[in-house]
Design a protein. Structure first.
Ligand SMILES: [Mn+2]
Length: 654
């Protein structure tokens, strides 16, 4: 298989952490995704949208304010306006200060605008009871969401009008544990819609092997040896033509993993229809941005979509204008962006709008079709992001000044301050979790109520933790890793007590789960001379890195450093002897660990170092920098003092 051709991959494949690179879909650039039919209620959703378009009904799209919500909204909006340019459509995203998810004002707005077909994106699964009035007035509702559904007490007849398209309700658990972001679900909904239009979604197929018949519908595995399911007979030859597969491999996959062979059938149905494939490309970059922001597992079809999205970036014509403008605004080299660049540059920019209470500024850029206007709007968004950064800084100061109020002996970090500013609670909670290596809650005042965010650490399911005390909140929603809430001021103290109590229980087994799920990292030993273009091209084949496909950390043993420079007070840049001079080594917050060397940078040169970090192509080359490559240092250790060694030698000789 492919990985045998590359030395580094061949080495990696020997390690347990990298067994996944031997999967059949790891290196593919084909659109190997599961049939949209795996998504529950998708056919109902498609028929609701069809009906709305046919009857010229007004469509209302309401999306969440974060990156996943925004990208989903833009994908859907762009698609519907292409399908039917004169469609009446109301576009809206929540913003900071709103309640989480669906609330009364939105329902009222839907009625005032006389919308008939309503989409809720990246929200709604836990708010079905709020839809009562819409259901009574016979509105059609499509929820595309991946948050944990709460549907136990919902009357069955609600679902005559609600399509709840949430992968967590799927019966079959797929390789990504059914964790797809809403942007990915939206892309699949669109592909499902198009396949339905071309009648490919209904098509039945079967494959025969060893006297067994495997039945599929558009790649959805229906079962074996069913009766009355004739459909089209597919043979190995049908696949060989398109995928250049080898027969043993094909047979093995059919017999052992028919769900995986289903992906090839779905891919055939998409790739053979150029217009559907073009839509997949058009939206894959937006979908990838939402997926990376939500940190879903980067395996199987998730990985495929992100790879397509990053690949599409190289061919600007396929991109929507708004994205082009954003990439231009941050001045990065399109063709060389990796998943980390997306998470560090574009995602915060899109998030800033919602955090600053102006989500529409992010939508404005992304739905703008005029390139000049899109650029102006990108600038506005970028200014908003600067304001967001300043706000985060002020909150960070408040946190540092009041760190003594945090009880660090607890299993949970809890922080509330009456002067903290709103909108960036998620960032603050993440920083606390990172710093204290425990789950963390940040709360700040926001008008009538206080608002907070909670971030997990060590694999603790924070939403599950909060659900037993959900009565303490005005409003609560989220995932296993992150949740947000609204709370009255008088309940804050009570929440703190309860959290500490519950976290006692949750703490047992935490470390073990943590070690299992987030193996710290993987080191690959390399010589400085080997850092270069060839390694970059191998690494690109392994991209995207993240959840489920850990980034490779390189270990440079016993090397010397030179050209040291401090930047922005806390960080250092340097070069490594024997490595290319176009590689910039960066160590963030270096002096937190090596504080005594701040006034004597030169002394660092007198040591040999072990350096561990990531290596990548610099996306700001050549526009901003002469350094073609970057090496982000995660850790560096002093190996030996060259002066001492010199002394030893001198002493010996004389
Ligand atoms: Mn999401």
């Amino acid at each position: 298989m492919f990985y045998h051709q590359l030395k580094i991959l061949k080495d990696l494949s020997l390690f347990e952490e990298f067994q996944h690179i031997q999967n059949h879909d790891f290196f593919t650039d084909r659109l190997l995704i599961h049939s949209p039919l795996y998504l529950p209620d998708i056919e109902k959703g498609i028929s609701f949208l069809n009906e709305a378009l046919k009857n010229n009904q007004k469509i209302f799209i309401f999306g969440d304010r974060d990156v996943d919500g925004i990208t989903s909204t833009v994908i859907l909006y762009d698609f519907i306006t292409i399908l039917k340019p004169n469609v009446q459509i109301v576009l809206k995203n929540s913003k900071d200060g709103d309640y989480y998810g669906i609330h009364r004002q939105i329902i009222e707005e839907i009625f005032t605008t006389e919308s008939e077909c309503i989409f809720f994106l990246d929200m709604g699964s836990s708010h079905i009871q709020y839809l009562k009035d819409l259901v009574n007035f016979k509105k059609k509702i499509i929820i595309l969401d991946h948050h944990i559904p709460q549907i136990e007490n919902i009357p069955q007849d609600y679902f005559l009008q609600i399509a709840l398209i949430n992968p967590l309700l799927q019966k079959i658990v797929l390789e990504h544990s059914n964790r797809i972001s809403t942007s990915g679900i939206t892309l699949k909904f669109i592909l499902g819609y198009l396949l339905n239009e071309s009648k490919a979604l209904q098509k039945l197929q079967s494959i025969s092997y060893s006297e067994k018949n495997y039945y599929f519908q558009n790649g959805l595995f229906l079962g074996m040896n069913l009766e009355n399911q004739p459909g089209t007979q597919l043979s190995f030859f049908d696949f060989r033509k398109h995928f250049s597969l080898d027969e043993d491999f094909f047979q093995d996959l059919v017999l052992k993993k028919p769900i995986e062979i289903g992906k090839y059938i779905t891919a055939l149905s998409i790739e053979m229809r150029e217009n559907i494939l073009n839509f997949a490309k058009r939206y894959s970059t937006l979908a990838a941005i939402g997926m990376l922001a939500d940190q879903i597992p980067l395996v199987g079809e998730n990985r495929t979509i992100i790879k397509l999205g990053l690949g599409t970036l190289k061919y600007k014509p396929n991109l929507i204008e708004g994205l082009k403008a954003l990439f231009q605004e941050i001045n990065v080299n399109f063709g060389f962006l990796n998943s980390r660049d997306i998470s560090w540059t574009i995602a915060p920019l899109l998030n800033a709008a919602g955090r600053m209470g102006e989500t529409e500024k992010a939508l404005d850029v992304l739905v703008e079709k005029n390139p000049m206007k899109a650029l102006q709007k990108a600038k506005i968004l970028s200014n908003l992001n600067s304001l967001r950064k300043e706000r985060t800084k002020r909150n960070q100061q408040i946190l540092e000044n009041n760190e003594h109020t945090i009880d660090q002996n607890q299993n949970f970090i809890f922080f509330y301050h009456k002067e903290a500013e709103p909108g960036v609670s998620g960032i603050m909670a993440s920083r606390m979790a990172e710093k204290f290596k425990k789950p963390a809650i940040w709360i700040n005042p926001e008008g009538e109520y206080a608002k907070g965010s909670i971030r997990s650490w060590g694999g603790v399911n924070v939403l599950e933790m909060l659900l037993p005390i959900k009565n303490l909140f005005v409003d609560l929603g989220g995932h296993a890793e992150a949740a947000g809430f609204t709370i009255t001021y008088e309940n804050i103290e009570k929440l703190k007590e309860e959290i500490f109590k519950i976290s006692q229980k949750f703490h047992s087994g935490l470390n073990e789960a943590f070690l299992r799920e987030q193996s710290p990292y993987f080191e690959y030993s390399i010589k400085p001379e080997q850092l270069g273009d060839e390694l970059i091209s191998d690494l690109r084949k392994l991209e995207p890195f993240g959840n489920g496909n850990p980034e490779i950390l390189f270990l440079l043993k016993s090397v010397r450093i030179c050209d040291l420079e401090i930047f922005l007070e806390k960080h250092i840049k340097f070069k490594v002897v024997r490595a290319l001079s176009t590689i910039e080594f960066i160590h963030w917050k270096f002096f937190e660990e090596f504080s005594d060397s701040k006034n004597d940078l030169e002394s660092l040169k007198h040591f040999r170092w072990d350096i561990i970090g990531t290596f990548e192509r610099n996306p700001y080359f050549p526009s901003f920098t002469n350094s073609k490559f970057r090496f982000y240092v995660k850790k560096m250790n002093k190996q030996e003092n060259l002066d001492n060694k010199l002394n030893v030698i001198l002493n010996r000789t004389f």
